[in-house]
Ligand binder design. Sequence first.
Ligand SMILES: [Zn+2]
Length: 57
Amino acid sequence: MDTKRRRAFTKKNLPEKTCCVCGRPFAWRKKWARDWPAVKYCSEKCRRTRTGIAPKG
Ligand SMILES: [Zn+2]
């Protein structure tokens, strides 16, 4: 009855950064493995918010 979502890759010593837009800390993600040094935003949403005016609607 193990309902925990256990994965082989646990978030122990993952590096963290602070989002330039929302100011929230976010942890390293595999998809950022290549571009981690250049990552400044926690999500695509924040990234777009920063780089341009988000269209309404
Ligand atoms: Zn953010």
